[in-house]
Design a protein around this ligand. Structure first.
Ligand SMILES: [Zn+2]
Ligand SMILES: [Zn+2]
Length: 391
């Protein structure tokens, strides 16, 4: 039976907990709200400040309020990296920390859930559902015991029932956060009312296959909103979902209803969604999306001039920031992302899509200083972060 990377993480975390009581106690903590309180609150409008205050006191969004849940905030391979956990000579501090449950460096594929509330009801709008597969046979087998050294003081033993087919995907995010924030707390985070696709890379669309659980057991179908160019890709990567005419009768695949969108606003259950066209590598288009005064851009290497018009008066900007030192050919690095924040001037910014070079605590400490020096309210997001919003 194929083991998943979550199992690898579980095994790693369990053993770390056994080995280190200090980390073990941290592991017992449930995910916490984002706690950065600006040292100069007068810079923030009262509405934004009150949202942060709510987070500070861990007050959940009340039933009548919309919210955003960060289902994943990591780059394609996820954090921790398997290769970092198996390296014999070089120890990766961030990936070691990310192996502990609840650590904010633990990141799955970038995705958010917009929980939109209006007078007619509650609607869960998912942005991206990613997945990829990784061949990890170099360190995992069915029978062997492996020993890894995370630090001078911690050695871990793994014995995994895995055939080398380990995956990171939307399923893990939903498995973790839907029950945590849904059934156990307010029993409404169960259905998925729409999925909006930013682009057709595997870490954005690979998990569409996993929507079969919803369409088999929760709801008849899931509407997908996707640009034509990405729909053309799906016709190849997800041909059996796009065209079900060739299926064996009774085959239980995801039942998806595809809506092709253009680079102009569309409406989902009364919520206006404005595409934010950006470049994600030279000549490759990706979409960010604006919901009310919240702008989400997860995969970007450049912003076309015409898109800045759509980013005006932004209360919360969620923006790609891959690594701390420089940009890549397809993603903003932190310096470029900060330059964009200075240009766009959102009231608050949370970065997403971070790789393992982005240490949550250390980077956030540095970013917090920008509040005093420049009045920038910028921090890293983390998986499970939940923010009440007005849409
Ligand atoms: Zn690492
Ligand atoms: Zn991508």
């Amino acid at each position: 039976m194929a083991a998943t990377l979550s199992f690898v993480r579980s095994a790693a975390c369990y053993l770390v907990s056994l080995s280190t009581p200090r980390w073990g106690s941290a592991a017992a903590e449930s995910p916490r709200y984002f706690l950065h309180l600006p040292s100069r609150p007068r810079l923030l409008p009262r509405r934004i400040y009150s949202k942060i205050a709510d987070a500070e006191t861990k007050v959940q969004a009340h039933k009548g309020q919309s919210e955003i849940i960060f289902l994943g905030t990591g780059t394609s391979e996820g954090i921790p990296r398997v290769s970092c956990l198996t390296a014999e000579s070089k120890i990766c501090e961030v990936c070691s920390k990310a192996s502990v449950p609840g650590d904010k460096n633990n990141r799955l594929n970038t995705s958010i859930l917009i929980c939109y509330v209006n007078s007619l009801g509650r609607y869960n709008i998912l942005v991206d559902a990613g997945k990829y597969e990784s061949n990890t046979t170099s360190f995992i087998s069915n029978t062997k015991m492996h020993i890894f050294t995370f630090s001078k003081h911690i050695s871990l033993c793994f014995e995994l029932n895995c055939d080398g087919n380990c995956r990171v995907f939307f399923y893990h995010s939903a498995l973790q956060w839907f029950p945590t924030y849904g059934i156990l707390q307010c029993s409404w985070l169960r259905k998925i009312d729409a999925v909006i696709i930013t682009h057709s890379h595997a870490d954005a669309i690979g998990g569409l296959d996993d929507l079969r659980d919803w369409t088999n057991n929760v709801q008849p179908s899931v509407p997908i909103y996707v640009a034509q160019r990405d729909f053309e890709v799906m016709k190849k990567t997800h041909y059996y979902i796009v065209d079900t005419s060739g299926l064996i009768p009774g085959a239980a695949v995801s039942k998806l209803h595809f809506n092709v969108i253009k680079e102009e606003p569309f409406v989902i259950h009364d919520l206006k969604v404005t595409p934010l066209p950006v470049w994600h590598g030279k000549g490759y288009r990706s979409l960010g999306f604006r919901f009310g005064n919240i702008c989400y851009i997860s995969d970007v290497s450049d912003i076309p001039e015409e898109t800045y018009m759509l980013l005006k008066d932004c209360d919360l900007l969620i923006l790609d920031a891959l690594r701390p030192d420089r940009s890549s050919s397809t993603h903003f690095g932190l310096p470029r992302a900060l330059d964009e924040v200075r240009k766009i001037q959102p009231r608050r910014t949370l970065f997403t899509g971070m790789m393992h070079l982005m240490d949550h605590e250390k980077i956030n400490e540095q970013l917090a200083k920008l509040q005093d020096s420049e009045g920038l309210n910028v921090q890293l997001s983390y998986d499970g972060l939940r923010i009440p919003v007005n849409l």
